[in-house]
Design a protein around this ligand. Sequence first.
Ligand code: N7H
Length: 474
Amino acid sequence: MSLDLNNIQGDILSGLPKKTQTYFFFEITDVKRFRQQLAKFADNIRTVKQVLDDRKDIDDHKRKGNKDFLSKVGVNIAFSHKAFVKLGIDDSVLTGDANYLRGQKKDAESLGDKGTGSGANFAPDWDAAFLKDIHGVILVSGGTREAVEDALKKAKQAFGLSSSESSIQEVISIIGDVRPGKESGHEHFGFLDSISNPAVIGFDKNPNPGPKPVPAGVLVMGHPGDTVADRKWAADGSFLAFRYLLQGVPEFDKYLKDTATQVPVPGFSTDEVKELLGARFIGRWKSGTPIDLSPFTDIPSIAADPQKINNFHYSGELNSQKFCPFASHIRKTNPRADLEDAPAPHATSIEHNRIMRRGVQFGPEVTQAERDSGKTANRRGLLFACYQTSITAGFAFLQQSWANNAKFQPFQTTPQVPGLDPIIGQGNRQMSGADPNNPATVLSNIPVFVTPRGGEYFFSPSLKALKQTIGSAA
Ligand code: N7H
């Protein structure tokens, strides 16, 4: 089955173009009315085909020398399992995914989120809004806040919000913004982000060199590579895992600076060790240059070259962390040849563990006062979002089995215990490999820099499912 680009929501395969994006989380209050309003509203959902056209217009606008970003607004929608229960729609084609079925609140303890109690009584330390029942999310992206607000206003009107025709109520809205000026494209710690996403067989015609392309069914249900045989009305849909993640940016910088004085690297100044340590935590320099290609200096020309920036496999150093620590964020979340090209019998395909990331930053830039004190005064972080056809093999697996797992290692003959992902790992936060000259040395008591404050698992249906299965004319 070829991909029907007019039936798949745009964010999944092409990413809604954005300078700013609002996540509007809602609860359904009137089932019958909601289904009727949704059937009409579905025409406003931006498809992959439309987003590809939008992206072409944006590129043409840029090529003509225009300095402004051509604003193209994109609206997508997704639903939690609780929504289908409320709507009385049988979503058993989705419930093979235990994580989706449970919902993220019940998963929080096993993801490593802080909280009180345990088991069925566990209450995560999340913002109050995310402790409520969330049925769905409307994502609105665009070039300006005004354009996004306008589109969101129309979406709210379509569901009669604040009127007697209302079928939903707002749980919370969160605004994300791409960072300003030269930090555009960089997340709050300062690193270039959204570089490595899976190339999709049958969709990306001419992908840049990088990790192995994945079959479409890893990301879009009902296509080769999807492990569920018959997706029925869920075909052309995808799971969306959303996480509301705070980042302690002044704390991250202060920690790297303080630690740099304790881990001297011959020939490096303290400032250079600080940058090196940060790069070893991520696996890339701030420019995006992978440390697997340039372990001791940031060479921005590598990052600027689409043929090079993602073209590495840790294959020059299988079973070693001289260039890149096993625990570094990108080696943990996509170990590439570490697993795929491991010697027999350890070689394992990781195609089902690949995710399509679509996050955006939120919160203001760090102030001078925050920088001086090393303490966060204003909330900021990442609205983490990723698509996959299995949350169990995708987001949840990456967080639990790789990032939080101190012993997750490339293959059996291990020289050092890798430790936790120093960015998102939850638990006993220590890692080996931080010091390139002494990879066996363990860096202990690494503070928490990323704090989850909420989230949910959603299903992003096809246009057809929105109109005919979830939406209803009657
Ligand atoms: Fe990560 N960061 O700035 O530190 N991430 N991430 N992430 N992440 C990546 O290669 C970051 C988070 C993945 O294919 C880069 O595109 C931050 C979660 C995956 O080589 C940077 C947070 C999960 C990749 C960051 C955060 C992942 C990846 C390098 C939280 C999944 C691609 C840019 C606040 C559980 C790996 C790039 C590959 C890359 C950062 C969260 C997964 C800079 C700050 C929760 C799969």
